[in-house]
Write a protein that binds this ligand. Structure first.
Ligand code: GLN
Length: 550
């Protein structure tokens, strides 16, 4: 096997940003011409996060091939600008369920099935699978959790064995820690890092490199101390102090020589990376000229991570249009027909993202109604699209009692329905339609104009669909169906001709948006929001000049 493996662990505290340092390293190696695949090991026992509440876990990310994954996979895809696969996401639940399935099948030939070697072998197999499925030169595997957690022990044991079996030249351990700064004594303290490395070496893993997260720049003395006490060469001690802009981290790590250090470890010769494009991007996005305010009406707004890809896609769209997108997270339960105008009129655009269940759905519908009636730019995603259809059927087409069978199976007009038979053959997540599906865009539509092509592939994660029995009525009633799946004819996009910008899609466009390549629907929303802002301020200016009270 020619693939080299980098294992990224974390110590001292959780939420250290080891995903960002792993992605930065991946980005650097990719820019040096290597094929990089990123993988995450998650210690929880759920087979995938698809069944977890967003409050527990944040967003469930979906890959092109239909895996429901940890949101870190989204960071990897965005940072490296690659499409990852189901091999990227490995949980204890996945590992144990295949070991147990094999045991039931009798594959262990009477052996006592144990964590070592059966579970650890299964984990190592996931590393090999990632390498062979991707054909990557380098697989970077981030081990979730913090060193010292009981849950992550089998993963750490497996990577220890990987070093023993595949050798020093094929494996590398990169450990991330926090160096706290004590303001009163003005000192950076290395003791937690020393303890964390001691814990790791107790498990048989001697880090080859250490990345020190710190809120202040570290001095040479601190780095020397870490090198000496943690038994890592000074050239392998890197610092990641807090950056104004996250994308500065790859540049800072490159300046400290991290990519050279890694390549030298593996004995790989590769050309220098060109960092000028990234630097230009940073210069641009740290000096954005305009500001645009978007209301995101959702159910899980207390936890911003629940909408991380949506917020990243909004930001990316802003970057392309020289605008800083300020997102206001509004709890859908708080929006009513009476207060929708008051709550939303200060914003330049509205986004209603995906969601499940009836709670808060009225508030989302009222927000959509306000956008439809007031001309505020609106993008609806998945559940947001289904509610836009329901709202239109109820209010404009007079179909009182229109609803989704997700929360009212007996409703008069099941305009959103679960279509049995559509999902046969999709095993992951049971009945959800997951992953990339084709969508044909109607000529002359806004969707067609935004994407600039006839056919697209976007990722899905939903159970319900626009009911085909009502499509004609909806389309002829004025909510135009502008995107459909070529095979099944299922509705993928609806839009409202005559409205400045009112478009909603059944898929999740946020999953294909990249920092330097925003998804066209998001770009369209921000463009329309900027135009809306200008129109509103012009109206106010005119009103002020003419003394009219608006
Ligand atoms: N709850 C809806 C469905 O299952 C929408 C899902 C979503 O927004 N991701 O179809």
């Amino acid at each position: 096997m020619d693939t080299k493996f980098i294992f990224v662990t974390g110590g001292v505290v959780s939420s250290l940003g080891k995903g960002i340092s792993a992605s930065s390293l991946g980005m650097l190696l990719k820019r040096r011409g290597l094929k990089v695949f990123m993988q995450k090991f998650d210690p929880y026992l759920n087979v995938d996060p698809g069944t977890m509440s967003p409050y527990q876990h944040g967003e469930v990310y979906v890959t092109e091939d239909g895996a429901e994954t940890d949101l870190d996979i989204g960071h990897y895809e965005r940072w490296l600008d690659v499409n990852l696969t189901k091999e990227s996401s490995v949980t204890s639940g996945k590992v144990y369920s295949s070991v147990i399935a094999r045991e039931r099948h009798g594959d262990y030939l009477g052996a006592t099935v144990q964590v070592i070697p059966h579970v650890t072998n299964e984990i190592k197999q996931r590393l090999v699978d990632a390498a062979s499925a991707s054909g990557a030169d380098i697989v970077i595997t981030e081990i979730g959790g913090t060193v010292g957690d009981i849950e992550s022990l089998p993963f750490l044991e497996a990577i220890r064995q990987a070093r023993l079996q595949w050798g020093y030249g094929s494996t590398m351990f990169v450990h991330n820690t926090l160096v706290p700064y004590l303001r009163t004594s003005e000192e950076s303290k290395t003791k937690p890092t020393q303890h964390s490395v001691k814990e790791l070496t107790g498990l048989g893993i001697q880090p080859d490199a250490i990345i020190l997260r710190s809120e202040v720049p570290l001095d040479a003395h601190t780095r020397d101390k870490v090198s000496l006490f943690c038994n890592v060469p000074l050239s392998g001690v890197f610092e990641a102090d807090d950056c104004q802009c996250l994308y500065e981290l790859p540049i800072k790590l490159h300046e400290q020589g991290i990519d050279d250090y890694v390549l030298e470890h593996f004995g790989i010769a590769a050309p220098e990376p060109d960092m000028s494009k990234l630097q230009g991007f940073i210069d641009r996005i740290t000096n954005l000229k305009k500001t645009v305010r978007i209301a995101l009406v959702g159910k899980y707004v207390e936890l911003k991570d629940a909408y991380i890809s949506v917020s990243q896609a909004l930001k990316a769209a802003g970057y392309a249009l020289d605008a800083d997108v300020k997102i206001e997270y509004i709890k859908s339960m708080n929006v009513t027909r009476a207060n929708a105008a008051e709550m939303l009129s200060g914003y330049d655009g509205l986004i209603v993202p995906g969601g499940f269940g009836t709670r808060g759905s009225e508030g989302k519908k009222e927000s959509i109604r306000f956008a439809r009636e007031s001309g505020m730019p609106f993008l609806g995603i998945c559940f947001g699209m289904q509610l836009a259809v329901i709202e239109y059927c109820e209010d404009v087409l007079g179909m009182k009692g229109a609803n989704s069978t997700e929360f009212d199976p007996e409703c008069d007009y099941p305009v959103i329905d679960y279509l049995r038979g559509q999902h046969d053959g999709i095993d992951m997540g049971g009945t959800l339609r997951l992953g990339g599906y084709e969508c044909h865009l109607r000529e002359g539509s806004l969707a067609r104009k935004l994407y600039g092509k006839d056919d697209i592939v976007e990722r899905h994660r939903h159970r319900y669909e626009v009911n085909p029995s009502y499509v004609e009525r909806i389309n002829e009633g004025g909510l135009a169906v502008s995107g459909t799946n070529p095979g099944s004819g299922l509705v993928e996009i609806v839009e409202l001709p005559g409205h400045p910008f009112f478009i909603a899609c059944q898929f999740h466009p946020e999953f294909t948006s990249r920092p330097m390549k925003p998804n066209p629907l998001f770009k369209g929303l921000i463009e329309a929001a900027l135009a809306h802002q200008e129109a509103v301020s012009y109206t106010h200016l005119r009103a002020h000049e003419t003394g009219r009270n608006l």
